[in-house]
Every structure is written in structure tokens, then in C-alpha cells.
Ligand binder design. Structure first.
Ligand code: HDE
Length: 684
């Protein structure tokens, strides 16, 4: 057993799942679900070879009935998702702030299951729409399941959960014709936006590069709502949760995302699946922002307002642990589809705040699972079971699996010694934080929630020039798609409250009157919000190496070796699959062609060409490089490749590497790959 296998066998969730796994149907007789071996599976039972099928055919009926019922309702939001298993470990005890057991001991590895998702599209939609991404984590702790149900943006569209059905109805395809799929670029959404100005800040995030993650492995996660940490002494703190990706936060270019939607609709899931299979786990650090309860009113935002972030420069993110996703699922439906998250799944040491959005979530998730599974027993499904034992008097319901022995299912009882019985806090019993609450029953919102523009402006102020341009372009596209001139003008008037120059930059292109005055006076910036300041790394980046017969063996080999040594994933591409012959007897296997793979699914491209490359090859390679250039990607070229690049006048562009020897060619290319994109090309 190698070390990795040993860790897996120590993972209590994996051990538990093992009991439910069914291995390999190979060499087994085909049976019905009742275990009856069958002698035939291709012909239904008929009265005569050309006659009608008869009712005796229980095998046909069982097989067809099962098939007819193979679908469950998809999630009303976050329908399209992809998940992986892993582990979480805390770096140092969080005892001063919380008594949550999984945050105490650095030697404990807590199994986790994480499902990433898009929000708006159907299960079968694409991975790369402009959208928020879900980032839901189930920690299988020894005190029960703890679910951190997060998004890749730190704020949300609304302040009160009662508006959730409205925002979702507005952003989903329109109800008359179910068009458009997986996009906010339509009238009902923008109409809703202009009637609900609390959404301003979130729209800035949605128009930004954050809505187009390059990879699930390269995006942040945010718990959004404010929770509470409670320590052993009963002292409470407000807390916001963060996931920080070890590879940094990186995004696709908009046009690239659109083309990928056709070239590889599974782009993000494939990226996670392939990388885990290649031994590249997805790694995230857990961070917490903590505010002492006595400081609740010290800030210019309300800590209970889910449309506000806590600027990291004001409330630092304390990094407290690391999550490693290192194992793919065995069965998509059984794990990824059947996993059921719920923000109310918590453990002692974690509690809620009065954030009105969070309060509504505490109702909605359990409710929606009952539709999805048709049963309150979904906690019994293998993926949802806690790894610790659970006992209570709940019984029956659709698809109940547990055989509870005994005749007592009531509490209090004397017949079973009043068990199972609640235990005290000191024995691990959950007790709600005794916050003092008083007030009138009232349908209203505190004035402290009413500033909708300052943080939207803070976000705008914090963006680099290319990021600002991307936001303007996104408004041009999204609002440009709106048919109603009235709605479009209202969008312009609304966003003038954030920044007049930004709004003027898209107003005319969408046929509206630009604003002449207005704008938030907020001058603060938060550098942590800009992706320009994120971690840079070439690790796991996918690079196309384009070669034809007669390629420069030495150069290509040296490039590929160095890329692999830097953790890059080089993929050979040519005009045919199979062995490509270089000079000096060198050869490589091409696993991709101009037909099978588009430039958009790679992070960078290196073209050497080859002495035997014909005009058709040159056209293919040139198209590849041009597209990579237009999507701001690093390009390296040598020999024929360099000539082709020069013909296109691209050779001297920013992020384009050329040269003859290792030092002025390979290393700069690796650095260019780590830089991710050369967005400034757009501004030239
Ligand atoms: Fe959700 N959300 N949400 N949400 N949410 C659901 O629950 C809801 C919100 C998030 O991979 C649903 O099981 C309300 C914020 C993720 O299975 C549903 C409100 C955040 C996922 C629901 C919110 C999220 C969901 C649909 C208050 C980030 C996918 C299916 C306005 C912190 C989990 C389901 C998975 C899923 C309700 C807002 C994250 C309907 C009422 C804020 C990642 O219950």
C-alpha cells in the first residue's frame, strides 16, 4: 500500500462508502433486481415471433419501469454541478474562537465532499456561462456533518431571502418560451435589477471576470452570510468564511468562454476530473474573518447585510487550514447528484447570525431536498450519511432504509430508559447561542442596509484597467441583449449611481443616453479584490505543442521537458493523431489534432512547425496562434512556427516568446504561462 492509499483507508467517509460500492459486473450472470438469472435480455416475450408483447414479461416491465423513473428533479438553482472527495486539516487550533472539534487538532484529517456548480443553467447546460459558481463543502466531522454552502463571490443579489424566488424567476429563462438558457442577458433579469437596487454590488461582481473562472481549482469560495463562532467559554464572534485557491484566482476571456461553451461544454468539470486523475489535487486554504461582537456597529456596513463584504484590509482573513480534493467520484448520480447540502447542518462551536438571507436559507434547503428525493430520508443515502452514529425517534417515510429495532420511537419514555436522550453541552450536545433578541413583529429592513452603492464603487475602484474594461464590455453585451429600451435606460440610470465614467462607457453602445452626473463618492480601494494581485503559477496549465513531421526534435524535447518539470501539462497537437517524426530520429505522439481540439481549451501554445508542414498545416497552426493571441494567452514559436507568427505580425506582441536558446525561450515561456493572460493586449 502506498502512502496515498493508506490515507484513503484512514478516511472514514471513504471507508463508509465502501460498504455501498458494487464492484464490476464482469463475468456475472445477468439477473433481475430480485436476483433471478435471466436467459435472454434482447427480445421481449411475445406471442409468436411477430406477435404482441405479453404481460408475463416481468423482466421487460422491471427494466423499462426502472428506466422510465431514472430522473429526479434537478436542483431549482445550481442544477449543473461537479464534485470531488478530499480532506481538510486545520493548521492550528481555533480554540480561542470556536469549540468546533474539526477546527482543533492539526493532526486530524476531516473527510470532505465538495460540489462546484453554475447557478442558472439546467443540468445539461455548459460550464462556462457568465454566472456565479457554487462551492458547497460537506465536512464529515466526528460531531456530525457540517455544510459550508458557499459561492465564488462574497456578496449576494438580495438582502432578504423572501426575494429569492423573484430573482431566480427573473434570471432563469423567460417563462413563455424558456429562452435564453444559462444567462442573465435578457429583459426580465435586468428589469428585476432596476427594481431592486440592493443588487448593485453583486451585479458588479457578475459583470466582472469572477463570473468566468478558468477552473474550479482557481476560484475563491465565500460563505457570504455572516455566521458565529462560539468558544468553550460561550463567547461568540461574527465570522465570514473564505476558501483561497492555492493556484490563485484566474478567469477566462469572455469570447473564449463563449467558444468553449461549444468546443467543450464540460470544460470545468473535465479540468477537475483530469487533474485529480493526473495526481494534481485541487487545493484551497480556509480563511476566516472574525469580528468581535462588541465591534458589531464599528463598520460602515451592517455585518448582517449579505450584499456587503468585509474588506480584507479592514478585517484580515486569518488562514486556518487547508482542503485537498484528491479523489474523483465513482458514480456521478449516487454522489454528485444525490448529495444534499443545507446551511443548517452545523456543529457545536458554529452558529447563525440574524442575516435575513441566511435565516431564509435555513428553511429552503431542507424543503427543496424533499422535492428532489421525494423523502425526508435522504440523509440515509450513502453520500449524505454522517460518519458518526446517529440516533433519534424519526421513523418511516418513502425509501426508509434503516431497520430500527425495538418498539420505542417516542421521547420522553421510560420503556427504553428515556433513550436516545439529549445530552448536555459539556457532553457535546448542541445548544444555540443565547443571543438576546427583542423587537416588534415588523416587515421592514434596517436603515443600516440601505447604502447600495458605496461597496459597488469600492469594487470598481479596486479593479485594474483591464478588469474595468471587461466589466464595461460585459455591460455592453448583457444589457445590449435587452430588447426594452426603457429597461436599458433604467440600468444606465441605476449604475450612474456607482460610477459615471463606467456607465457612460457602455450607455451609448447599448443605445441609451449616457449619464452626465452622479456616482458614489466612495474613494476606498481593496487590492484583495483584484485578480491582478493574485498568486501566479504555471502549475497544471495545459499547453498545446504544435508540431508537423520534420520538427526540431531538440528544441521541442527541451521545451516539453522543462514544461513538465515546471508542473505544466504539455499536449502534442498535429494535423493527425499518432507518431510525428522530427529531425535526428526524434518522435512524439500527437494525441490532439486541429480538428479534435480548439485553441480555446489550452492556456498557451508553442508552435515549432516542422520542415514537412504544408500550407494546410500552416493555416491550422496560424488560426490556433491567432486565437490564442486574441484571448491574451502566452505564445512561443520557433523555426517555421516563428515564420508563420511573423507573417501575422504577432511576433512582437506582449507575452509572445521567441528565440533560439533555452534561456531566452523556455524560461520566459514558463513565466508567461504563470502570468496567465496578457490582458493589456486589449488596451493597446
Ligand atoms: Fe442557495 N440554494 N439559496 N445560496 N445554494 C440552493 O438548495 C437559497 C445562497 C448555494 O451543490 C438550493 O439543494 C435561498 C447564497 C449553493 O447542491 C435552494 C437563498 C449562497 C447551492 C437554495 C440562497 C448559496 C445552493 C437549490 C437566500 C452562497 C448548491 C438546491 C437568498 C453562500 C448546493 C439545493 C449543491 C442551492 C436556496 C442564497 C449557495 C433552493 C433561499 C447566499 C452552492 O434551497
Amino acid at each position: 500500500m502506498n502512502e496515498e492509499e493508506e490515507n484513503f483507508s484512514e478516511n472514514s467517509k471513504n471507508e463508509q462508502l465502501e460498504a455501498f460500492r458494487s464492484y464490476d459486473n464482469r463475468d456475472k450472470p445477468l439477473t433481475t433486481n430480485q436476483g433471478l438469472k435471466m436467459s435472454e435480455d434482447e427480445f421481449s416475450l411475445k406471442a409468436g415471433e411477430r406477435g404482441p408483447t405479453i404481460m408475463d414479461d416481468f423482466h421487460f416491465r422491471e427494466k423499462m419501469t426502472h428506466f422510465d423513473n431514472e430522473r429526479i428533479p434537478e436542483r431549482v438553482v445550481h442544477a449543473r454541478g461537479f464534485a470531488a472527495h478530499g480532506e481538510f486539516e486545520v493548521y492550528e487550533s481555533m480554540k480561542p474562537f470556536t469549540k468546533a472539534k474539526f477546527l482543533q487538532d492539526p493532526s486530524v484529517k476531516t473527510p470532505v465532499f465538495v460540489r462546484f456548480s453554475t447557478v442558472v443553467g439546467n443540468r445539461g447546460s455548459k460550464d462556462t456561462p457568465r454566472d456565479v459558481r457554487g462551492f458547497a463543502t460537506k465536512f464529515y466531522t466526528e460531531e456530525g456533518n457540517y455544510d459550508l454552502v458557499a459561492n465564488n463571490m462574497p456578496v449576494f443579489f438580495i438582502q432578504d431571502a423572501i426575494k429569492f424566488p423573484d430573482i431566480v424567476h427573473a434570471i432563469k429563462p423567460e417563462p413563455d418560451n424558456e429562452i435564453p438558457q444559462a444567462t442573465a442577458a435578457h429583459d426580465t433579469f435586468w428589469d428585476w435589477v432596476t427594481q431592486n437596487q440592493e443588487t448593485t454590488h453583486m451585479i458588479m461582481w457578475l459583470m466582472s471576470d469572477r463570473a468566468l473562472p478558468r477552473s474550479f481549482r482557481m476560484m475563491e469560495g465565500f460563505g457570504v452570510n455572516t455566521f458565529r463562532f462560539v468558544n468553550e467559554e460561550g463567547k461568540a464572534y461574527f465570522v465570514k468564511f473564505h476558501w483561497k485557491p492555492v493556484l490563485g484566482v484566474h478567469s477566462l476571456a469572455w469570447e473564449e468562454a463563449e467558444i468553449i461553451g461549444g468546443a467543450d461544454p464540460d470544460f470545468n468539470r473535465r479540468d477537475l476530473w483530469d487533474n485529480i486523475n493526473m495526481g494534481n489535487p485541487a487545493e484551497f486554504e480556509l480563511g476566516v474573518q472574525i469580528i468581535d461582537e462588541k465591534d458589531e456597529f464599528k463598520f460602515d456596513f451592517d455585518v448582517l447585510d449579505g450584499t456587503k463584504l468585509w474588506p480584507e484590509e479592514e478585517v484580515p482573513v486569518k488562514i486556518v487550514g487547508k482542503m485537498t480534493l484528491n479523489r474523483n467520484v465513482d458514480y456521478f448520480f449516487g454522489e454528485t447528484e444525490q448529495v444534499a447540502f443545507h446551511p443548517a447542518n452545523i456543529v457545536p462551536g458554529i452558529d447563525f447570525s440574524n442575516d435575513p438571507m441566511l435565516q431564509g436559507r435555513l428553511f429552503s434547503y431542507l424543503d427543496t431536498q424533499i422535492l428532489r428525493f421525494g423523502s425526508p430520508n435522504h440523509h440515509e443515502l450513502p453520500i449524505n450519511r454522517p460518519v458518526c452514529p446517529f440516533f433519534n425517534n424519526q421513523r418511516d417515510g418513502f425509501m426508509r432504509q434503516t431497520i430500527n429495532k425495538g418498539n420505542v420511537a417516542h421521547h420522553r419514555n421510560a420503556m427504553a430508559n428515556n433513550s436516545p436522550s439529549p445530552v448536555s453541552e459539556s457532553e457535546g450536545g448542541y445548544a444555540h447561542y443565547q443571543e438576546k433578541v427583542e423587537g416588534h413583529k415588523i416587515r421592514a429592513r434596517s436603515d443600516s442596509f440601505k447604502d447600495h452603492f458605496s461597496q459597488a464603487k469600492l469594487f470598481w475602484n479596486s479593479m485594474s484597467e483591464p478588469e474595468k474594461q471587461h466589466i464595461i464590455d460585459a455591460f455592453r453585451f448583457e444589457v445590449g441583449k435587452v430588447k426594452s429600451k426603457d429597461v436599458k435606460q433604467r440600468v444606465v440610470d441605476m449604475f450612474a449611481n456607482v460610477d459615471v465614467d463606467m456607465t457612460a462607457a457602455f450607455a451609448e453602445t447599448i443605445g441609451c443616453t449616457p449619464p452626465s452626473s452622479g456616482g458614489s463618492t466612495e474613494t476606498k480601494q481593496s487590492p484583495a479584490l483584484s485578480q491582478a494581485n493574485t498568486t501566479k503559477s504555471a502549475q497544471t496549465r495545459k499547453v498545446a505543442i504544435i508540431v508537423a513531421d520534420g520538427y526540431d526534435g531538440q528544441k521541442v524535447e527541451s521545451m516539453m521537458d522543462s514544461l513538465a518539470a515546471a508542473g505544466v501539462d504539455p499536449r502534442v497537437l498535429s494535423d493527425r493523431l499518432g507518431t510525428i517524426m522530427g529531425v535526428n530520429d526524434s518522435k512524439v505522439e500527437a494525441k490532439h489534432t486541429f480538428q479534435t481540439d480548439a485553441s480555446v481549451v489550452f492556456d498557451a501554445v508553442y508552435v515549432d512547425g516542422g520542415k514537412n508542414a504544408d500550407a494546410m498545416f500552416e493555416r491550422g497552426a496560424t488560426k490556433f496562434m491567432r486565437q490564442a493571441f486574441e484571448h491574451f494567452k502566452p505564445i512561443a514559436a520557433s523555426n517555421e512556427g516563428l515564420q508563420w507568427l511573423k507573417k501575422q505580425n504577432l511576433a512582437d506582441g506582449l507575452g509572445v516568446v521567441q528565440g533560439d536558446n533555452h534561456t531566452d525561450f523556455v524560461q520566459p515561456f514558463i513565466e508567461a504561462i504563470a502570468a496567465h493572460r496578457f490582458w493589456e493586449r486589449q488596451l493597446v
